[in-house]
Design a protein around this ligand. Structure first.
Ligand SMILES: NC(=O)c1ccc[n+]([C@@H]2O[C@H](COP(=O)([O-])OP(=O)(O)OC[C@H]3O[C@@H](n4cnc5c(N)ncnc54)[C@H](OP(=O)(O)O)[C@@H]3O)[C@@H](O)[C@H]2O)c1
Length: 280
């Protein structure tokens, strides 16, 4: 069961290090070409104000075109892009970001992330180059992605990391990371937040969803956003899914329901490439 779309309701914000971030973002991987541009225009029209891309997605131009075509003022949108793990050497970082800005057709990104850690490059070196871009105003915040707790703590020793974007959904606990993020005022952005749709078959989520007249996907997104310092960036090529994912701001899960959903964790990691870090 899906509720009515709330096209005029803006996603709630999370405040990180004093800066607001729309808690529900729109993920653009693996959208490409005109499908990507049209999805971004539509998402912004529906009320999304947080868009996630990466240099590796090969869609920055279309994302930028979508931003422009939407007619939404640039300053209302929180835009994230990411440096690929082979692009982390300090002296090269500026060139890569400038190329991205050109494709995105914007003067700055709100958040620049290291997409995956690369043990061959010191994180301090990359973060120093990213901080320089922040001082120049080309990047508002800097952060990381796919950093396990120990690597996040290492990064935090070198820079004011704003965000760690990691896989997070009811079937994969991120308890330790979430604790560090709460303590250190870091945004934990959940990617693959609905486990590629697998939450739809989960009996507990179906039962809670029935109670609120929502879907298990909506309950899952709500569960994520009710957690302190957590944002989520579901991807939806389908317009109806994009609308439904935004329609989660008119109900509240009880503490008991939150706890029951935490109990679904079964260490199910969907994105685990050979170059990825060692997760505990
Ligand atoms: N930092 C990283 O390394 C990393 C890795 C992976 C992903 N990401 C980011 O996270 C974003 C989301 O992750 P993801 O694409 O892996 O997984 P996801 O958002 O968990 O799942 C996307 C899938 O769920 C479906 N879906 C979306 N809304 C739905 C709804 N309301 N009901 C039923 N099905 C629904 C989509 O279908 P349709 O498309 O057909 O609508 C699509 O097949 C990516 O786009 C990307 O921006 C980052």
């Amino acid at each position: 069961m899906q509720g009515k779309p709330v096209s005029t309701t803006r996603p709630i914000s999370k405040t990180i290090q004093g800066a607001p971030v729309p808690a529900l973002g729109f993920g653009t991987w693996p959208l490409k070409g005109s499908e990507c541009r049209e999805a971004v225009v539509d998402a912004l029209g529906l009320g999304y104000r947080h868009i996630d891309t990466a240099r590796m997605y090969n869609n920055e131009w279309e994302v930028g075109q979508g931003l422009k075509d939407s007619g939404i003022p640039r300053e209302e949108i929180f835009l994230t892009t990411k440096l690929w793990s082979t692009e982390l050497e300090g002296p090269k970082v500026k060139g890569y970001l400038e190329e991205s800005l050109q494709k995105l057709q914007t003067a700055y990104v709100d958040l620049l992330l290291i997409h995956w850690p690369n043990p061959k490059v010191l994180v301090a070196e990359t973060l120093a180059a990213m901080m320089h871009l922040r001082e120049e105003g080309k990047v508002r915040q800097i952060g990381v992605s796919n950093f396990p707790p120990d690597l996040l703590e290492e990064a935090l020793r070198h820079a004011p990391v704003f965000c760690n974007q990691v896989e997070y959904h009811p079937f994969l606990s991120q308890q330790r990371l979430a604790e560090i993020c709460r303590e250190r005022d870091v945004l934990l952005t959940a990617y693959s937040p609905i486990a590629h749709g697998a939450v739809m078959q989960e009996p507990l989520l179906l039962e809670i969803a029935r109670k609120y007249g929502k879907s298990p996907v909506q309950v899952t997104l709500r569960w994520l956003l009710q957690q302190e310092k957590v944002a989520a960036i579901p991807k939806a090529a389908s317009q109806v899914n994009r609308q439904n994912n935004l329609n989660i701001f008119d109900f509240t899960l009880t503490q008991e329901e939150m706890t029951l959903i935490f109990g679904l964790a079964r260490n199910q990691r969907l994105i685990n490439p050979a170059w990825g870090p060692k997760w505990e």
